[in-house]
Design a protein around this ligand. Structure first.
Ligand code: AOF
Ligand code: ZN
Length: 397
């Protein structure tokens, strides 16, 4: 890993000073727990309960995001325990192999979880994996209700967690802030359903629509969009040309785990030297090549692929436990262009992030715009953002 610093464990003690306050304290007291729901002002209380359900699931998502980039192949999950309108425990899943969000929240709450409402951004698991089932922990702690953001697409969980809780007499509400929870774990869901890593194509365009090989000056600084992407994505696909000539992308965000570098080598000579890696950081890169190649520094994994195409690469990455990968497209004439030839037809890329650079470039030739498949289509859920002075357009396929 490149300067990977471990994230801190979820807090096991005090309340969230940073939790957004409920819209009004009286609303919190009325709506959550305490048996107010469904009494005299039934309709109003129901509406307020709905507001508070959404509020606490949003807090779960906020907690879950603290582990962004650290959880694959597991999802990001947050959990909040509330009793009598008070948050009594919070937790998030920090890393695969570590306890789940519910366990941290229950530990945080200590003995006071009895009769509490547990909010979880993902359906509690009901299986023995690397850790025991969260459903059993919630039942044992005698929580009264569980509010779930979304069901778990993992076939060994898929709604069985909800069923188990209901069978134990716990009131379960499902689908609160579902769109937000789905977005949080879009990569985990995609990998679970397709067996491929979720791929985002990133590129930079000049004002006259030329693909350029440089990102904006603030983009890779702390808070810059590239630095943030490098923190969130499990891997970054780059060309061997880029690996040979530029510094490998590094996230400057606090607590970031650096992505795995997936270096595509097509038609390379038998030796490939990657100057920005050394013996210590070599294990954080793999070379996928179409012919045998010796990589320097030693320690970089090399796989010679029979078929150099995006589909097999995304499957290989998913098998290695990566949920998400950024395809960093910087070189129109390079090998990534041929990988992207059929990306729409085969639904291999899920998202596109385009940086608009305020420069006018001389066109290197008519081929410049001729990459990216054979179909025209509008992107969905398009967002325009400005991050650290960089203009971004993002959309889904
Ligand atoms: C939850 N809460 O915080 C997470 C869940 O190998 P394990 O034991 O970590 O199990 C991994 C699976 O558990 C993962 O694929 C997903 O279905 C679920 N993750 N469930 O209740 C959590 N991370
Ligand atoms: Zn669990």
């Amino acid at each position: 890993m490149l300067s990977s610093s471990p994230i801190s464990r979820p807090r096991l003690a005090p309340r969230p000073a940073s939790a957004p306050a409920p819209t009004s304290p009286s609303r919190a007291r009325l709506a959550v727990g305490g048996g107010a729901r469904g009494l005299v002002a039934g309709v109003r209380c129901q509406a307020q309960a709905g507001d508070m359900d959404a509020h606490y699931i949003r807090r779960c998502v906020e907690l879950a995001r603290k582990a962004a980039g650290h959880t694959s192949p597991n999802p990001m999950v947050g959990c909040v325990l509330v009793r009598d309108g008070q948050v009594i425990g919070e937790g998030f899943h920090p890393k695969a192999g570590q306890p789940h969000a519910e366990v941290f929240a229950l530990r945080d709450a200590g003995d006071s979880a009895e009769n509490a409402t547990a909010y979880v951004s993902l359906e509690p698991c009901n299986h023995y994996g690397r850790t025991p089932p969260c459903t059993e922990a919630l039942i044992k702690a005698k929580v009264r209700e569980v509010v779930v953001g979304m069901t778990d697409p993992n076939p060994i969980v898929a709604s069985k967690g909800i069923e188990k809780l209901r069978n134990a007499g716990i009131d379960v509400r499902v689908g609160v802030e579902e769109a937000l929870c789905l977005r949080l774990n879009e990569a985990y869901i995609h990998r679970m359903l397709t067996g491929r890593a979720f791929a985002t194509l990133r590129t930079t365009l000049s004002m006259n629509g030329i693909f350029i090989n440089q990102i904006g000056s603030g983009a890779d600084q702390p808070g810059g969009y590239y630095s943030q992407l490098a923190k969130e994505y499990d891997g970054v696909i780059i060309s061997s040309e880029m690996a040979k000539t530029t510094t490998l992308p590094v996230s400057q965000e606090a607590g970031a785990k650096q992505p795995l570098y997936i270096i595509i080598a097509q038609g390379e000579s038998s030796k490939l030297h990657i100057p920005s890696l050394d013996e210590e950081t070599a294990a954080n890169a793999i070379v996928l090549s179409d012919s045998p190649v010796t990589v320097e520094p030693a320690g970089v994994g090399v796989s010679v692929l029979d078929q150099m195409n995006l589909d097999s690469i995304l499957q290989l990455l998913a098998d290695r436990g990566l949920c998400s990968v950024l395809v960093d497209f910087r070189d129109v004439g390079g090998c990534l262009a041929s990988l992207l030839n059929r990306f729409q037809e085969d639904k291999l890329v899920q998202k596109v992030v385009v940086e608009l650079s305020p420069v006018w470039m001389v066109s290197p030739g008519p081929n410049n715009l001729a990459f990216g498949g054979s179909e025209s289509f509008p992107l969905k859920n398009v967002e325009r953002r400005e991050v650290n002075g960089t203009l971004l357009l993002e959309g889904y396929l």
